[in-house]
Structure formats: C-alpha cells, structure tokens
Unconditional design. Structure first.
Lengths: 507, 302
C-alpha cells in the first residue's frame, strides 16, 4: 500500500488503538503506580491497606471475617519486612507501627492473650522507637491486669517502673503519656489484690515520691496538676485521710477555677465519708457541688452519693428526693440516670413497697437493657418472688428474664453485650436449678464466642454441675478430658486433668 | 486582490435569536463529529493525549533519585523525599502534573491546536489531512500560536483562580457559587479567544491581529461561540468535581484512584478540546467565501 504524503490512515488508526490500549491498561491495572518501588514504599502501601481494612471494622458490632482479613494484613507486613529492617532506613518504624496496631486491634476485639503477646513483641522490636516501646510494655501490663493475671501484671508494671520511672526519667516518661505516672499506684493496687500489704505500702511510698518529684519540678502546670491528683489517689488508696484532705484543700486554693473545684469537692466528700465517717460533713460538701456548680458533671454524681448516704441511714424520703432530682434535673441516658432509677427500686424494696420497686426494676430493664443494672433487674424481681415463696410468680419472672437475655444475645447487639447476656442466661438457669440446660449452654458458649477466653473455663463449671448436681461423674470426667485435649499445655488443661484424675480415683 | 467575505447578516440574525444560536452551535458540533470519519482529524490531540499518559507513566515510575527532584520542582513545599512515600506520591500526582500541564498547555499544546485547526480545515475542504504538513504549518506559525495561547491561557487561568481565591474562606453553597462564577468567567474569556488560532492558521494573522480579529468575531457571534465552548466543557464537569474531592476519595477508596481520575480527566479533556477547536474552525470557515486557489491564504495550497 502506498503511503501518501497526506499520511497513512492505518498508522493513525494504530496510534488511536495504542492510545486506547495504554489508557485502558493504566485505568484497570490496580497498583501499577507502585510497580518496581522500594521495599519501604511497598511496606507503606501494605500498611495503608491494612489501616484501610481496620477503618472498615466497626466496633463493637464486629464482623469477624473483616477482622481476620485485617489481622492477616498486619501480620503479613511484620512477616515480610522484619528481616529487612536493619538494611533499609525507615522500615523498622513501619514494622513497629504495624505490630502496635495489630496488638491494639486484638485488644479492641477482646483477644487479650494475643494482644498481650503482640505488645510484648512490639516492646522487643521497638528499640529505635522509644514512645512505642514504652506504650507496648505498659499496654501489656494493663492487659495482664484486666485479664486477671496479677502476677504477670505485677512483673510488667514493675519492669516499666524500673525502665521508665526511675531517677531522672520520670518527667520524660510523663511527657510521653501522663497515664504512665499511674504505674506505682497500679502496682500498689495489684499488691492489695494479692493481699500483700508490705508490697502495697512500698509502692504507695514510691508513688508519693514520684508525684512529689513532679510537683517540685519545672514541668508544665498541667503535668504538675496531674501529679497532685495522683498524689490524692495515693493517699486515698493508702487510707491516709488527713494527708488526702490537706492535699485536696491545698489544690482548691491553687486551682480555683470552675473546672477543678467540683471534682476536688467530690474527692473531699469521699474523704469525709470513707475516711472520717463524717456523713454530715460529706453531705454538706456534696450540697455545695449541687448548689454552686449545678452544671458540672460531678453534680448528678454528688446527688447520687448524697442519696446513698441517706439510704444507708434509712432516711428514705431524703434519699428518694436526691434520686428523683437526678432523674428530673439530669435525666437522659447517662449512667447517673440509670443508677438513680436503680437506687429508687432498691429504696422501695427496703420500704417493703414491692409494687413500686418492681415498677422501677421493670423501668430499668426496659429503658436501659444493656446496662449492668438493666441486666441485673429481671433476676432481682425473680429473687424477690423466690424469697417470699411465690413459686408461680417466680417461674414467670425467670421466664421473662430468660427471654430478656435471649433477646440481648441476638446479633443486633454488640459482642460485649451478647457475652454478658449469655452469662446472665446461664445464671438464670442455675438459679432455677435447671442444671442440664445450664451445663449444655456453658459448653456451647466457647464455640459461639471463640475469642472470649473466659468461656474456655466453662468446661470446669459444666463438669462440676454434672458431678455435684446431676450425679453423673462419668459425664463430668468426659467433659474434663475433652477440655484438656482442646486446650493442651494451658493452665486450664492442667486444672481439667487434675479434676479428671480426682474423679477417676474416687470411682 | 482576493477578499474574505464575512456573512454579517447571519450573525445579526443569530444575535436576535437564541434558538438560532443553539441550532448553529449544534450544527458545528455535528460537522466536527462528522469529520471524524477520517480519524486523522483527531490525531494531533490524540498524540498530545498519549504524551500526557506517558508523562503520567514517567511520574509513576520515577519517584526517587534525580527524577524525584525534577517532579518536586513545580510545587512549593514538596520535597523529593515526600515522593518516595506512599500514599503521598499518588496524592501529589494531581498538583504536580497539573502545574506541569499549565506550562505545556502554553508552550506545547498550542502547536497541537494549530495542527488540529489545519487538519479540520483540510478535511472541510475535502482535502486529505496530512499530519506532517499540519505540524509543519503549525511549526511555522509557532511564535504567533504561542502568543495567542499565552494570552488566552493567562486570561482563563486568571478568571478561574480569581474565583478560587475569592471562594477560599467561604463555605457551603456560597463557596460553590463563587467558584462557579470564576469558571463561568473563564469560559467567557475562553470563548473570546477561541477564534484566534483559526485566524493565525487559516488567515495567517499575526498574534496581535489574531487576538483583535478573534475577539471581535467572538463578540459578533457571542452566544453561539459561548455555547461551542461551554457545552463541550460540560463533559469535563464530572472529572472537575471529582478533582475537588479526589484526595478524600483516594484516602477512603484507594490512592490508585488518583491515577484513574487523572486518566479520566485527560480523556474528557481530549474529547472536549477537539469539539471546541473543531467547532470553532467549522464556524470560522463557514463564515468565509473560499479564496481563489494558489493565493497565500488558500489553506488547501499549504
């Protein structure tokens, strides 16, 4: 074909086609913008994708499938790039960030064992990122405490104190995060849980020294104020009431503004009541909060505390007046409203005014079903009928309670609510002495909530029910054996095997 | 001596009737699209489009070392190191390539405007459009093309940026109204200069003469010209709106969206620019009586 001077139409068409193909290739090729990029760039891209997945997770109504995908994305970053951190600048920060975000995600998803393990791993690899390293260690200690592993919590908090709060490191650590200053108080609390008074005393002394050091320092006013509040907490925990009162009064002089005074007055009222047993003085301080700072967040709490003082003294009208004021002046869905309604129910029950009390209980569980009071209320009604021997009313109340918990266990509620509702449902069956159903439910729960570690221990309780209530030690042994096989190498398996051996020997 | 005969009677009739202006504008679009039966008519802009895509590919490929230093130059506050990070590299695509394309629009694209006017005019006169000849003709007229492009681009950008500047600090519907006002002013400025390239390429006018004649012709055929500029511009509105929120969408969806959005806006720009230039050339030529063959202004002779 002759190519004229005017140009070849085929060439033009080919160019058009080439342009279209190039455009289409760029439009449809995902990630072609990062082809052949450095490992650092690829790692940042992987971290961005993992964060995007994490952003799609909606807590507390967690979609497990999405969670697994997100966890896998973070783990892949750590797996793929850990080996290269030494050779590529900036990569260590990306890996530490991924490790920390993975652990935080596991914590939010109630995977406490995994979260603690991953925080400790972050602590080990975050040598070049001091803020992340401190956060990782503190978080691991915090999770240990929350999950009831007091020995590990004590070990980790102590390690944190040695590494970050000794000598001149206090201010630098407090500047990273003020909650780190609470470490000696947390350790003292753990010592109290372990009934080790010497240990508690030692750490309270350490706490006092730490906070006094910060107060005397040239740290920011905010940090020094925080240290003063922590000092008050130290005295309250150590039951050094006079020192606590003096520090609070000193603080009222220093921080004379509206924001601090109500909380300081509230602390003072607690000292008057818990420390000196001076109810009148406590009520007088609480009244000051309500009259002088009615819009403060402490005002409804002060009214509740005042109501509780009157309730303990049997001054029911005064107590009811305080609770009703919470409902009228500070009504809504806040915890104070729920507590006021709950206390009114208790007050009417103490007055032997059951009709009024049951109406209050009913109002609590219908209006605030997902609160702890809302979960407790149906069982309180049943317990009342059980106490007075009205079998028919009691059975009806338990049925209503079971329906309530069944409803709260449905998927429309968050996993946390569902777990607590399941526990209450088991409690309902136990109170009704429906042992076989209770054991069955206990054994089904770990499968339904595999991430909630506490349910793993249900096998021990179910075995106990079969052995002691249903008189079926063989079934109990079978459950224990299966439990040990399912969680090998864990303290739970050891306990299950111990119980299993005991039952076998007794036969 | 040969003369260009201007059909002023038709202009006057169109000025009196909006319907006639709309009808004329659509006839120009129809003629422009009909010319595409010979794909060479659209080739100059297609070549420019391919160049834009290659520029994008070069940006995506070179985010470190010396290329990164070059990419960082056009936008103040951007460092080469920033381009080595994800998603910053993709989020900066829009401002960096946008700045570069402003310069290319004046210095390079004017050549492609000229070549397009040439091939459209050849096709209308039932001649064979030749790309080498088109670019050769545009090359010869380059200083004048550059002159008119610089003036019209400065006018359009000034109007649009004035709107953007005035809208900063305002929120909600008022912001969109001011921003829209700036874009409308930009469209009016663009319609005033839309005939300057046909004057340079077909009539052989110098840049100042082409500006004077082009603005004059534009004012005489104002409504029709405004429609010829504004209607194809509407094709680019979706991508302009996406551009405004591109960063937010990219962060939520995927930073690769910046690439897709950029390509989409270049495709829309290709279609819209062809329609405006070709339709303006069609209107320009339709108002003339062809010159005798062999004269200096006989486009077929070039």
């Amino acid at each position: 074909m002759k190519t004229s001077e005017a140009g070849n139409p085929i060439r033009t068409v080919l160019m058009t086609a080439a342009a279209a193909v190039l455009t289409a290739a760029i439009m449809i090729c995902p990630g072609c913008g990062s082809g052949g990029k450095s490992p650092g760039y690829e790692a940042e891209k992987a971290l961005f994708e993992a964060r995007k997945h994490a952003g799609e997770l909606t807590f507390p109504n967690l979609n497990r499938e999405f969670l697994d995908r997100t966890l896998a994305a973070y783990r892949k970053i750590i797996e793929d790039y850990t080996g290269e951190t030494g050779s590529i600048e900036g990569l260590d920060l990306i890996v530490v960030t991924a490790q920390m975000e993975l652990a935080e995600l596991e914590f939010r998803a109630s995977m406490f064992d995994d979260a603690r393990k991953d925080f400790l791993h972050a602590y080990e690899i975050a040598g070049n990122v001091p803020a992340a390293r401190a956060n990782a260690l503190w978080s691991a200690a915090f999770i240990s405490r929350e999950s009831g592993d007091t020995a590990e919590a004590l070990r980790l908090f102590t390690k944190f104190h040695e590494e970050y709060l000794s000598g001149e490191k206090i201010l630098a650590t407090a500047r990273l995060n003020r909650r780190y200053l609470l470490t000696p108080i947390r350790i003292a609390e753990i010592c109290n849980v372990m009934a080790d008074t010497d240990c508690a005393g030692k750490w309270l002394g350490e706490a006092e020294m730490t906070y006094r050091h910060v107060i005397r320092s040239n740290a920011s006013e905010e940090l020094r104020k925080e240290a003063r509040y922590n000092l008050v907490s130290t005295y309250l925990l150590g039951e050094e009431w006079t020192k606590a009162r003096n520090t609070i009064r000193e603080m009222r002089k220093i921080y004379g503004n509206e924001a601090d005074i109500p909380s300081l007055l509230y602390l003072e009222a607690r000292v008057e009541l818990d420390g000196f047993g001076n109810r009148e003085s406590a009520v007088s301080v609480l009244d000051r909060i309500v009259t002088e700072h009615p819009r403060s967040k402490e005002a409804p709490t002060a009214l509740l505390m005042k109501g509780n003082i009157f309730l303990d003294e049997g001054k029911y009208d005064d107590a009811a007046s305080a609770y009703n004021m919470v409902l009228e002046e500070y009504g809504g869905t806040g915890p104070e409203t729920v507590e006021a309604a709950w206390q009114l129910a208790i007050l009417e029950e103490r007055r032997k005014n059951w009709i009024e009390a049951s109406l209050h209980y009913k109002s609590v569980y219908t209006s605030f079903p997902t609160t702890i009071q809302g979960l407790e209320a149906p069982l309180r009604i049943a317990a009342h009928y059980k106490g007075i021997g009205e079998t028919e009313a009691m059975e009806a109340a338990y049925e209503r309670a079971a329906e309530h918990y069944e409803h709260l266990s449905s998927l429309q509620y968050s996993e946390t609510i569902r777990i607590v509702a399941e526990e209450y449902h088991v409690r309902t069956l136990i109170e009704q002495e429906r042992w076989e159903e209770a054991a069955g439910r206990l054994l089904a729960l770990p499968g339904r909530y595999p991430q909630y570690h506490s349910f793993k221990e249900n096998c021990l309780m179910a075995a106990s029910i079969y052995e002691n209530r249903l008189g079926d030690p063989e079934r109990a042994a079978e459950i224990l054996q299966s439990c040990a096989a399912r969680y090998p190498g864990t303290p739970l398996a050891a306990e299950a095997l111990k119980q299993f051996e005991r039952i076998r020997e007794s036969r | 001596m040969s003369k260009v005969v201007i059909n002023d009677g038709a202009d006057a009739a169109e000025r009196r009737s909006l319907a006639r202006s709309i009808s004329s504008a659509f006839q120009a679009f129809h003629a422009s699209l009909t010319l595409l039966i010979d794909p060479r008519v659209a080739s100059p802009y297609l070549i420019y489009f391919i160049f834009q895509i290659l520029l994008l590919a070069a940006y995506l490929a070179g985010n470190s070392g010396r290329p990164a230093h070059l990419w960082a130059l056009p936008v103040g506050g951007v460092t080469p190191e920033m381009l080595g990070h994800y998603p910053a590299h993709l989020l900066l695509l829009q401002p960096i390539l946008g700045r570069i394309e402003i310069i290319l629009e004046i210095f390079l694209k004017s050549l492609f405007h000229g070549a397009t006017v040439y091939v459209v005019a050849r096709a209308m006169r039932r001649g064979k459009p030749s790309l080498p000849r088109a670019f050769s003709a545009a090359g010869r007229r380059y200083p004048h093309l550059l002159g008119v492009s610089a003036i019209s681009s400065a006018g359009v950008y000034a109007a649009v940026y004035l709107g953007a500047w005035l809208s900063s600090g305002i929120e909600g519907p008022a912001m969109y109204a001011v921003l829209g006002g700036g874009i409308a002013a930009g469209l009016i400025v663009q319609s005033l200069f839309v005939y300057t390239i046909p004057y340079v390429m077909i009539d052989g006018s110098s840049a100042p003469a082409a500006v004077a004649s082009g603005v004059s012709l534009s004012l005489r055929t104002f409504m029709k010209t405004l429609l010829v500029v504004a209607l194809p511009f509407m094709l680019t509105v979706p991508t302009i709106l996406l551009d405004l929120k591109a960063e937010m969408i990219a962060l939520r969806l995927s930073p690769d969206f910046m690439i897709h959005n950029h390509v989409a806006s270049k495709v829309m720009e290709l279609v819209s620019t062809y329609l405006i230039t070709a339709s303006a050339t069609v209107i320009f030529l339709a108002r003339k009586v062809a010159r005798p063959a062999g004269t200096s202004l006989d486009i077929d002779a070039r």
